[in-house]
Ligand binder design. Structure first.
Ligand code: BTN
Length: 254
């Protein structure tokens, strides 16, 4: 493991060529005691994973495919807050390094130009009924061209290069900024709780104030996204003024 020069986290960095998924590599390190902040990067993933069992397209050399080990002392119920924290970290780093005005779609997809530019997958491992460690997986479409997208992602995904009119982004610089932001916000969260993270998330959100459709196994519901609850769930207000909390699922901005 190399020391990450941009970070005070005691965990090192591992830069790999081809892996199935950086999530599995980071889990292996976490299981063998890797400290908080240990990060794994891969040039290419052959079995990149997204939320809800989806595949994550991770072509060689075109993106940032990374996973970070976290060891928060938190009740399991509060881990969705970490997902939102990771979204804020990546959104801040993207805006600073690339100038692309990314926004966050609840819970933690980053959009630019109305299309997805980054996805975040937070996976928790339990021990004796409590949280053992978390792996924060981050996939950023950095230098993909339109041709790099398979048919099923055309019109859905975009990249920083596309949003910058063909100007590529230095992946090392962006990756360093993501780790720096993640560490800063994580420390802030541990010291001050969710409030500052929630405020930052709300300021970067493209969801709040919008009409939202939510698809669940129970059916489809619609409402106005009016805020976040204390655990990071989304508050939806229906036409009668009744507010419900949504803790997980996939929303559509309508
Ligand atoms: C999503 O939007 O569905 C989440 C996508 C998460 C992708 C990243 S890429 C690095 C890490 N390794 C994986 O297999 N998935 C995450």
């Amino acid at each position: 493991l190399k020391k990450n020069p941009a970070s005070n986290w005691s965990g090192g960095m591992q830069l790999l060529e081809t892996v199935v998924s950086t999530q599995e590599e980071a889990k292996r390190l976490a299981e063998s005691g890797a400290p908080e902040g240990t990060a794994v990067f891969a040039e290419e993933q052959t079995g990149g994973r997204g939320r809800m069992g989806r595949k994550w397209h991770s072509p060689r050399g075109k993106g940032i495919w990374m996973s970070v080990v976290l060891r928060p002392k938190l009740p399991l119920l509060m881990t969705p807050q970490l997902t939102l924290l990771a979204g804020v970290a990546v959104c801040t780093a993207i805006r600073q390094v690339t100038g692309v005005q990314a926004g966050i779609k609840w819970p933690n997809d980053l959009l630019a130009g109305g299309r997805k530019i980054c996805g975040i997958l937070l996976e928790s491992s339990l021990r004796e009924g409590g949280l053992h460690y978390c792996i924060a997986g981050i996939g950023i479409a950095v230098n993909l061209t339109e041709e790099d997208y398979p048919d099923y992602l055309r019109g859905v995904g975009t990249s920083l290069l596309i949003q910058r009119g063909g100007i590529p982004v230095d992946r090392s610089e962006l990756a360093g900024a993501v780790l720096t932001e993640l560490e800063y916000l994580y420390n802030l969260y541990m010291e001050q709780g969710f409030k500052p993270i929630r405020e930052l998330w709300e300021s970067m959100s493209v969801t709040l104030g919008r009409q939202i459709a939510l698809n669940t196994p129970q059916g489809r519901s619609e409402g106005l996204a009016v805020g976040l609850d204390d655990n990071g769930g989304l508050l939806l207000e229906d036409e009668t003024g009744h507010i419900t909390n949504v803790c997980s699922g996939e929303i559509e901005i309508i």
